[in-house]
Design a protein around this ligand. Sequence first.
Ligand SMILES: [Zn+2]
Length: 427
Amino acid sequence: MAELHLGQVLEYRGDALVEGPEAVTHRRHGALLVEGGKIAVVGEADELRAAHPQARVTDHGGNLLSPGFIDAHVHYPQTAIIASWGKRLIDWLNHYTFPEEISFADPAHATQIANLYLDLALENGTTTMCSYCTIHPGSVDAFFTAAQARGMRVAAGKTCMDRNAPDGLRDTPQSAYDDSKALLARWHGVDRLSYVITPRFSPTSSADQLAALGALWAEHPDCLMQTHLSEQVDEIAWVHELYPTARDYLDTYETYGLLGPNALYGHAIHLEPREADRIQEVGAALIHCPTSNTFIGSGLFDWPKRLAEGQRIGLATDTGGGSSFSMLRTMAAAYEIGQLTHKPLHPAQLWWLATQGSAQAMRMGDRIGALAPGMEADFIAVDLASTPAIAQRAARAEDIWEAIFPTIMMGDDRAIAGVWTLGEKRR
Ligand SMILES: [Zn+2]
């Protein structure tokens, strides 16, 4: 049966990261007609009510109907260690991350955390994410099974590491290839699930392992490939020691077939000009993880340069290096980093990054991340007055963006009034 959802609606007409608010249409009294798990029509509430008298109506009042948030880089296995104190990247991995990831050898633990993580994500309005798992194939099975049960479109892959990681967290070039290939065959394209080829980063992969994963990607070029790039200065120096003949960090991936249009590079803070040029030329995506970059002390994403270059950019929490599950908090941190780099991002740019921008980075922009006919009906209702502090500020707003901005800067899961995937209510 058709369902009609009434509320404020934002529609994208173009790339709001580039064009700003001009690329977005706001309907104060808008409506979505949802049928068969997809958005059939978007329009004015009065007109759609008259045209579809048989539809079941849900009136969301002044709440904003938005595409569900899309988090383009998370580590679901790090859910339980989020907000761990006092370390920078390499120490943080050794001290907090690796000990926790070892426990994912137990499939019951993986299942428990996968369910916990996905519930937290949905509470925060995130309907799709691109996740790293651990080296254990069972950690991938657990995540996809939990996402499948929630009707979610997600992407994930087995994290591959064959060096500079503790016992119990290393695979080999051959087993990384074999396990990844078997998982890809089992899950890629099943329901709404996508397999992602996932070397953690060059310091924990030998050249042979990167080459093996590059070969796998060449066999399955439609898959995404995710990894980390140029997060901290110390890490970059380490990469130069480990790969002395590489021109730069990106070259360690490029040489072994791990640079392509379907690549997602997390962080990409301290890019050399050659790296930025190559990524832009190839059309790979940079995934900005602002709460992680400030929390782990990595540095500031160069917003003015990356925008001027016309890079494809997605937004992400980097749970649990990031300090929040909320894409609202993540947009706020992106805004703060924009300010620190002298590029204040407009609320339209921030909202677009957290929805269609991340969807495009994940090559899913034609299915999710926008409210438009034919799109999958993954959407959220956002209360723009969810706390007294936000409500009093939003009450003075003169346009929709001024009404949304206090929720971006101060909002959390209390602002998420409802969450739907494939048109079904999940929260
Ligand atoms: Zn990460």
